[in-house]
Design a protein around this ligand. Structure first.
Ligand SMILES: *Cc1c(COP(=O)(O)O)cnc(C)c1O
Length: 451
């Protein structure tokens, strides 16, 4: 007979489902499959841990966000925020849906070109564009969003010998009533810098001012901020039209709409507290529509939403390594994925579900990753049934930022699988290998191992 692992006896009251403040039981439910594919099978075929993305959910999110804006405003365009998740398969889903690309580095710019996005549908944001990157963007007729005066001057120099005019926008920051202010990107509205910058662009005669841009924050919980921001961009656009006789083609409101994840330490789940895309759309479009533009002069509205479109389409599947009882008596669960691959566990209380049936007893526990570091905490406190080594778990709403900000630290990054609308899984990034990690390394001759 197999010997059971020894665990020190410990007497603690177990709860059969805990009451929450609404009197309902916070019933933990097993999540055994994703889009019809068994968690067990996914882990068997692709390893543990593994990221899984639902193509169906991505498309659903995109379509409902697009609908929220396009039913309220005549000219709407989304541009997929590459840094949120730039796996090519993911980008292609958004491009198929009609999204342009929004990139913030030369590396992302190259990815967008590689994905077949026409140059004039790439929005190039960010404070760090090199001369060569700007030249490429100009050649491809991309939309260059200027972040600071150095960049504006750089562009003026580059445009000296050109016959055509590079298409640019001014990134504007402003007081939206949300603090701390995001004033490190772009030109400030209140102190007149934004106006100075856009006048300079128009006066130069060398650049074409196509749009005005802002990105006022991320995981924004107030729709009012967007009303204020839209109003300030409209004000600049209108002044541009009346005082400089120049019509602005588009207003780009950036990203920042929250996903339904729960922020760390929040009392109520994100699902119940965050405004919907419809709420944001209502505020933004009504501001634009009521500002006083003639119908034919209404600027196109661009959105660069990231996390709201993909967070809930992403899952991380993993396996329990061990259980522990801490000196305080608290139970700890060790899983096979750490904060190196689940970066967002620093901000969110991610929902974690067992992937198999379990006994009805819950206990509050801490979930640790396998990294040899104190910061490696997936959840500080979560009610879960008692899970055993080898049991599997599903972490929810991890589609945004994790697959771009993950770190290759003491472990290899896991595979990523996309489940298509016909419930077929596709490997879209294989798990890393030692060879892949060491490929760019060199060993000086005197340090080579004698073989
Ligand atoms: C990161 C970023 C986005 C996407 O932000 P979300 O908060 O994920 O919607 C959009 N625009 C710019 C300029 C960004 O830097």
């Amino acid at each position: 007979m197999e010997k059971l692992p020894y665990e020190k006896p410990y007497i603690k009251k177990l709860h059969a489902g805990v009451m929450n403040k609404f009197g309902t039981r916070s019933g933990v439910q097993p999540v055994k499959s994703i889009d019809g594919v068994l968690v067990k099978t996914l882990i068997e075929n692709y390893g543990s841990p593994v990221f899984v993305l639902s193509e169906k959910q991505i498309r659903k999110n995109y379509r409902s966000a697009y609908r929220a804006f396009s039913t309220r405003y005549p000219k709407v365009q989304f541009a997929w925020s590459y840094k949120t998740n730039y796996l090519n398969a993911v980008c292609q889903v958004f491009h198929q849906e009609g999204s342009w690309a929004e990139v913030v580095s030369g590396f992302e710019y190259e990815k967008a070109v590689g994905n077949g996005v026409p140059g004039n549908k790439i929005i190039f944001n960010g404070p760090g564009k090199s001369n060569d990157e700007l030249k490429t963007a100009i050649k491809n007729d991309s939309l260059i969003h200027i972040d600071h005066f150095e960049e504006l001057n750089q562009l003026l120099i580059l445009s000296q010998e050109l016959t055509g005019k590079p298409r640019v926008a001014i990134r504007v920051n402003m007081d939206t009533g949300v603090y701390p202010l995001w004033d490190r990107f772009g030109f400030n509205y209140e102190n007149g810098e934004a106006w100075t910058a856009l006048s300079k662009v128009i006066d130069s005669g060398k650049l074409h001012l196509a749009g005005l841009h802002c990105h006022i924050g991320t995981y924004m919980l107030t729709t009012d901020a967007y009303g204020i921001a839209a109003n300030k961009l409209c004000d600049l656009a209108m002044n541009c039209q009346t005082q400089l006789n120049h019509k602005i083609e588009y207003i780009d409101m950036g990203g920042g709409f929250p996903s339904t994840n729960t922020l760390k330490g929040a009392y109520l789940p994100g699902q119940d507290t965050v405004p919907s895309v419809d709420d944001f759309a209502e505020v933004i479009t009504s501001t634009l529509l009521n500002f006083g533009f003639a119908n034919e002069d209404l600027p196109m509205l661009i959105l660069e939403s990231g996390r709201v479109l993909i967070d809930d389409a992403g899952y991380l599947l993993g396996t329990i390594i061990a259980n522990k009882r801490l000196s305080t008596g608290k139970r700890a669960l060790i899983v096979d994925f750490g904060v190196n691959v689940l970066f967002t566990s620093f901000w969110y209380d991610h929902q974690v579900s067992p992937a198999q049936d379990f006994m009805p007893h819950n206990e509050n526990m801490v979930i640790y990753g396998p990294l040899c570091m104190n910061i490696d905490v997936i959840r500080e406190g979560i009610n879960l049934p008692l899970l055993n080594p080898g049991d599997q778990v599903v972490v929810h709403k991890v589609g945004a930022y994790n697959m771009t900000q993950w770190m290759q630290f003491i472990t290899l990054r896991p595979a990523v699988v996309l489940i298509d609308e016909q419930q077929r899984p596709h490997l879209i990034r294989s798990n890393e290998t030692l060879g892949y990690i060491e490929e760019p390394e060199f060993i000086p001759i005197h340090l080579k191992a004698n073989k």
